[in-house]
Write a protein that binds this ligand. Structure first.
Ligand SMILES: Cc1ncc(COP(=O)(O)O)c(C=O)c1O
Length: 360
């Protein structure tokens, strides 16, 4: 069998035709395709405003700025996330305050409450691996302490909580369209969404040099604009996002059946959540050996993420913190291949190899 990658974006003729049409249109930056993609994303996610930008990291940074974050502000964030979540907090000149996770890898409201100080201004739930956090728990915490909530949905577009899309619960939310994501633009790309007119307007200014109009710059922004070639790709992808997420769920169910009974922990769906399996993450104390065994069979695996954010050298100036659930997870997690582009035969092949490793 040929090697099995962790994810495989679908590049079909419809995508190629969409790209060619934009090249011919000669409108490349924040043009009609970007505007249409923003309108379609807002409709899909059930929010008033969608503001495209050039990465998920940029989206987080713009949202922090638009929320009025200033030096000295503390923001509650899970350590168990992609480091860009933390980086954006720091880039906005605020201080990340690390919070532990629950058994579904989402920020734990019970731990978050113990980390609140008079300087705390907001909380960033990260919907890890495509699974919503305990949105009710985090929202209740935010309203009790007067905090804003900024959802990091970079791994979870299309995931739902009580039937409603993630990204529609916080004051704002950030998404990423990186190639492995459930919705990609075949390159870097990002999005801020919000129901708040002011936040959206400020993000539109920030992504274009703080411009109020063509000649007047009302604040220091940056060039974080989006382009029409990638918007056209995203528009094609959005049309099949729900089908792609359904396929991920079907492949996850196939894994669950094929891997049952082994001494590994399989991902579980949180009550009230609709998981979209951006990543299929299992747990085992034999992670290193299993990854090596699978690599020998041409099967790619990953670790998301092997060094917890609170232990990264970049933030060693922050006070040390102990996060037992995060630290245990980091040592055991292993990501198996998963994307709508994988075949059933490939998933079966991975599962067979895992069974073989465990002698089952
Ligand atoms: C949870 C999370 N937050 C933020 C980001 C940053 O997104 P981007 O790579 O588009 O800048 C990512 C991407 O990996 C992510 O997974």
């Amino acid at each position: 069998m040929s090697p099995i990658p962790l994810s495989r974006p679908v590049v079909d003729d419809e995508v190629k035709r969409a790209v060619a049409a934009v090249l011919d249109s000669r409108q490349y930056i924040l043009g009609p395709e970007s505007k249409a993609f923003e309108a379609e994303l807002a409709r899909y996610l059930g929010v008033r405003h969608a503001v495209l930008t050039n990465s998920g990291t940029a989206a987080l940074w713009m949202a922090f700025r638009a929320l009025g974050v200033k030096p000295g502000d503390e923001i509650l964030v899970p350590s168990h996330t992609a480091f860009p979540t933390i980086e954006a907090v720091c880039f906005a000149e605020a201080t990340p305050v690390f919070v532990d996770i629950d058994r579904w890898y989402g920020v734990d409201p019970a731990d978050a409450v113990t980390k609140i100080t008079p300087r705390t201004v907001g909380v960033v739930p990260v919907h890890m691996y495509g699974q919503p956090v305990d949105v009710d728990g985090v929202s209740a915490l935010a309203s009790r302490f007067g905090l804003w909530m900024l959802e990091d949905c970079c791994q979870a577009i299309g995931a739902r909580w009580h039937g409603r899309c993630v990204g529609s619960f916080g004051r704002a939310a950030a998404f990423s369209f990186y190639p492995s994501k459930n919705l990609t633009v075949m390159g870097d790309g990002g999005l801020v969404v919000s129901d708040d007119d002011e936040i959206a307007a400020r993000c539109r200014r920030l992504r274009d040099h703080g411009r109020l109009n063509k000649d007047v710059h009302s604040e220091i922004g940056f060039n974080l604009r989006f382009n029409d070639v990638q918007a056209a790709i995203g528009r094609v992808g959005l049309r099949s996002l729900d089908a792609g997420n359904d396929r991920r769920r079907a492949l996850a169910a196939r894994y669950r059946e094929a891997l049952s009974g082994l001494p590994i922990e399989l991902p579980e769906e949180r009550p009230h959540a609709r998981h979209v399996y951006h990543l299929y993450v299992i747990r085992t104390s034999k992670r290193t050996e299993l990854a090596k065994f699978l690599a020998g069979r041409g099967i790619a695996t990953g670790i998301h993420y092997p060094l917890a954010s609170h232990k990264q050298p970049a933030v060693e100036h922050l006070p040390p913190v102990s996060l037992p659930t995060t630290e245990r997870a980091v040592d055991e997690i292993l990501t198996l291949p998963m994307s709508p582009g994988h075949t059933e035969a490939e998933i079966d092949e991975v599962a067979r190899a895992v069974r073989e490793f465990f002698g089952g």
